[in-house]
Design a protein around this ligand. Structure first.
Ligand code: 3EB
Length: 317
């Protein structure tokens, strides 16, 4: 008699009253206090067969032979965001030692506000950077950085939320020739550069999964189209087209010259909810109605103040 393998998953749910981790018999869920604008409210990020659920203080994990995925929500309190990020990443890197980090999502409290004389995003970057540097050494860390997104969280209480995916599958990290690698941004964008790759492609045996990092209107290292939504949108689309090429997923999915032989799922973060109708309309012109209907639109602050939107995606082929 065969026993059905249990399948657990890790999910993210937007538009909740409060940011918090939840665990049940089906897996782990991160509730986020980020306003949901359109598309599925809840999204499965990863599925694990025969996983064990492990909780260590703020960290909640699903662990199997093949993967370690998890999440944490940390109240920053008086320790501040840099220390909170360092502590959280130290735990994540400890738990995923010997595995490849595929993808991270970071939700940073009041990301563009200043605390203790520094923008919260810069403080977050400093903590994240120190953790990677300590774990891998400054010389090695850049080639081990995962795909990532970092956007803001707006709550009464400062909470830093992180979700991570790691495992033993081979991974290829990708950069975008249109953009300076974020880990090489000059010091004017912050004393510690943002530690992430533009994309990560995982070999999953049956095919490939591509994780596109949060992508915005940045060329080289400069913000493009300040105050100009149309320009920012088209620059972001250009960046994604090039990143997809680098990741080996050729051609924009769903458009008229559709050459895509892979599936796509997008999430779009919008700073000002009033821009949602325009962004949705333009995005549907790029990917078509079907993909746009499955796209998750979230209202969130983006890591540079002038940026109006950021787009990420997952591709399977
Ligand atoms: C950028 O390209 C835009 O700090 O983890 C995108 C994706 C951005 C991830 C991060 C930041 C991050 O620099 C911002």
């Amino acid at each position: 008699m065969s026993v059905a393998a249990s399948l657990e998953n890790i999910r993210i749910r937007f538009g909740e009253a409060e940011t918090a981790c939840l665990a049940d018999e089906t897996g782990l869920q991160l509730n986020l206090a980020s306003p949901h604008l359109s598309g599925p409210v809840s999204e499965v990020l990863f599925e694990c067969e025969d996983a064990q659920r492990v909780s260590r203080e703020s960290l909640h994990l699903l662990r199997s032979e093949k993967c370690t995925v998890g999440m944490a929500v940390l109240e920053c309190g008086s320790q501040g965001i840099e220390a909170a990020a360092k502590a959280l990443y130290d735990k994540v890197l400890e738990e995923t030692k010997g595995l490849n980090l595929y993808r991270l999502w970071n939700f940073v409290p009041r990301i563009n506000d200043e605390s203790q004389g520094q923008e919260n995003y810069r403080s977050f970057n400093a903590g994240r950077w120190s953790s990677f540097a300590e774990a891998h050494g400054e010389a090695e860390m850049n080639r081990l950085l995962p795909a990532a997104t970092a956007v803001g969280l707006q709550e009464d209480q400062d909470r830093l939320a992180v979700v991570f995916l790691a495992g033993n599958q081979a991974v290829q990290y990708c950069e975008n020739p249109r953009q300076t690698p974020a880990y090489q941004y000059p010091v004017e964008f912050g004393p510690c550069s943002p530690s992430f790759a533009r994309g990560a492609v995982i070999d999953v045996g049956s095919g490939r999964v591509g994780y596109l990092s949060g992508t915005s209107s940045i060329c080289g290292c400069e913000t493009v189209g300040e105050g100009d939504l149309e320009r920012q949108f088209s620059e972001t689309i250009e960046n994604i087209g090039e990143a997809l090429k680098q990741m080996g997923f050729d051609g924009w999915p769903g458009n008229t010259a559709n050459t895509a032989t892979y599936s796509s799922k997008f999430r779009i973060y919008i700073r000002d909810a009033a821009d949602f109708p325009e962004i949705r309309k333009r995005f549907s012109e790029v990917v078509g109605d079907e993909i746009v209907g499955q796209t998750v639109f979230i209202q969130a602050d983006i890591c540079r103040k002038p940026l109006k939107l950021e787009i990420e995606g997952v591709f399977r082929g």
